[in-house]
Design a binder for this molecule. Structure first.
Ligand code: WT7
Length: 572
């Protein structure tokens, strides 16, 4: 089999040919599919849920198919509309107004989605937090966003430093079994029992805030990437073109809504397209995921290379125990998609895997493989209609094909972030000469396919999760034994990269397995499990520039046994 090009499967796709679609494409045309195009009244929650609930042919269709080890539930568009009207009434009752930040720190559950849309319905800005975050991660995000309300569970509340967060006025507790105490606590179940199913949705401007997702860069604390309602245009469009949604699809996006994939493609794309959306709670294992695909007859699956690699290593015997014949379309995002995984899927599932490239900041897919496209394993694909991508140099000049450089996108696609929360300088720093510069290095071949080469900054991608070295270093030096720390990503066949920390010890401490494990646990329980270094190495000193910046690049070269390059700025 020639693995350099994999041709499309036969069958009817929404979009037959990318070049035809790109020709003369205009985002204005896409807007006509939304009710606000006619009414002038905008709210993404209305377009995703209420619009279908008002449609007699659609209202009783299952919107959310929830499946967790201890709970199964089917919720129709009509029910989700009413439940989110109720949560909106609760928020309104407690004074939440347009533009307020309301954060969610709770597991994926039907209540999460009812609350999420309730936040949008009052015109507030939702901030979903990954449930595995520990205290420092939660604190950083609530502090920076100045969130006034948090929706959480009694189990997770211990990780919220409530008394240190002056802006946080109210906490909605979900599943508190009636024993919610204190003026600032709101009992979710009690309020829901009383709340009205009717709500006058707050109409907003397309440029009004909808979501903040925190993500990591190479310096500083996590930054709040601010998205507006207008992003729905691209969520909807890529849902049509790339995910190939049809009315009767059963779709499953495996990402948690604490990450952007779990909102753009776990919430908006499927529901704007009126499709049944599978949400799975509980932990990952190849068996439990195959079971989900089988049991719900999933037709479209959007997942990540790190999970796919685990499927490959689980072996062919496991997959044979399940009936995956409903599955017709598979997509991937978050890290480089290994050609071996594509080969595996062709053999085992008889399906291609369609890579997609985008970022928290871009809000939606930009470089993709449509079902109708030839796939070139190892390439991320080509830009969607209405998007111009290029490889540019550091001054923002376009480079010719096959030359490596910065992967950049012409500013102005619908779902582009509109700000970094309270940090205009950071926002501006993404743009050079009219291009949004991604931080990824890549090249483009003669046919316009883009090939990912790596990150240009120190951002780490471990199992598809983006980790900033600065955050991990800051946490490490809070440990009493650690004097200095430098953190890098070290290549790993299964996880893409693992986090490796180099540290120096304070006087009086000596290296031991117990100490290293204690330091690891300190990061894990303080920040989050995915940010904890898998490897820690003790050094006599950490290389720094004369201005005191940790030279992570040098640490990486040492680790990989590569030439160290220019070290002229190295401190004595
Ligand atoms: C970074 C963005 C929004 C998607 C989830 C990740 C890497 C993303 C690919 C891909 C190679 C990829 C890039 C990017 N990345 N997709 N198809 N192939 N690398 O969002 O956490 O904001 O991370 O993930 O390095 O810059 P994120």
């Amino acid at each position: 089999m020639d693995m350099t090009k994999v041709q499309p499967r036969s069958g009817k796709h929404n979009v037959e040919d990318l070049d035809v679609l790109r020709e003369g494409f205009d985002w204005e045309e896409m807007k006509k599919d939304f009710s606000w195009y006619k009414t002038g009244k905008v709210n993404a929650a209305y377009e995703a849920i209420d619009r279908h609930a008002e449609n007699p042919n659609k209202k009783d269709q299952v919107a959310l198919l929830y499946s967790a080890p201890d709970r199964e539930e089917s919720i129709t568009f009509d029910q989700l509309s009413k439940q989110s009207n109720k949560t909106a009434n609760i928020f309104k009752k407690y004074g939440i107004q347009k533009g307020d930040r309301v954060f969610l720190f709770m597991p994926r559950s039907p209540e999460f989605y009812a609350n999420f849309f309730g936040i949008l319905k009052v015109g507030a800005i939702a901030g979903p937090l990954f449930e595995a975050f520990m205290e420092q991660a939660v604190r950083d995000r609530l502090e920076d966003s100045e969130a006034t309300m948090l929706i959480t569970t009694p189990e997770l509340l211990s990780r919220v430093p409530v008394s240190d967060l002056p802006n946080l006025k109210q906490i909605v507790l979900v599943g508190a079994n009636g024993d919610t105490e204190g003026d600032n606590y709101i009992n979710f179940e009690e309020e829901m029992a009383e709340a009205s199913e009717n709500f006058d949705i707050e109409w907003v401007d397309r440029e009004d805030g909808m979501l903040i997702h925190y993500t990591s860069g190479s310096t500083g604390k996590p930054k709040g990437v601010y998205h507006v309602h207008n992003a729905m245009i691209q969520h909807y469009a890529t849902g049509k073109w790339v995910i190939d949604f049809k009315d009767d699809d059963i779709y499953w996006c495996t990402a948690d809504p604490g990450w952007v994939t779990g909102t753009s493609y776990g919430i908006f794309a499927p529901w704007l397209n009126g499709v049944t959306n599978v949400i799975r709670g509980g932990r990952f294992s190849p068996e439990s995921w195959y079971e989900t695909l089988d049991k719900h007859n999933v037709t479209i699956w959007y997942t990540a290379p790190t999970a796919l690699r685990k499927f490959v290593s689980a072996g062919d015997e496991v997959v044979k125990q399940y009936d995956l014949s409903s599955l017709r379309h598979v997509m991937s995002v978050g890290e480089p998609l290994n050609p071996e995984v594509i080969t595996w899927a062709l053999r085992v599932l008889d399906l291609r895997i369609h890579d997609t490239w985008w970022m928290t900041e871009t809000g939606a897919m930009l470089i993709v493989n449509l079902p109708s496209m030839e796939i070139r394993p190892g390439s991320m694909g080509r830009p969607i209609p209405g998007v111009e991508a290029a490889i540019v140099d550091n001054e923002g000049n376009e480079l010719p094909p096959n030359q490596m450089g910065n992967l950049a996108i012409k500013k102005g696609w619908p779902s582009m972030m509109r700000a970094i929360w309270k940090n205009p300088g950071k926002f501006e720093s993404y743009f050079i000469n009219g291009w949004y510069v991604s931080g990824d290095s890549a090249y483009m071949d003669e046919d316009g396919y883009f090939w990912f080469q790596g990150r240009l900054d120190d951002v780490i991608n471990t199992s598809g999760e983006r980790v900033g070295p600065f955050e991990v270093e800051s946490k490490l030096i809070e440990h009493k034994a650690v004097a200095e720390a430098g953190v890098i990503g070290k290549p790993d066949p299964e996880r893409g990269e693992i986090i490796k920390a180099f540290i120096t010890l304070n006087p009086g401490y000596e290296s031991s397995d117990e100490l290293l494990e204690d330091i690891r646990q300190f990061v894990k329980t303080g920040l989050s499990a995915h940010a904890a270094p898998r490897e820690i190495e003790i050094k006599d000193s950490i290389p720094k520039t004369r201005s005191g910046k940790i030279m992570r690049r040098l640490l990486k070269s040492w680790e990989l046994g590569l030439p160290t390059g220019d070290t002229s700025t190295l401190e004595e």
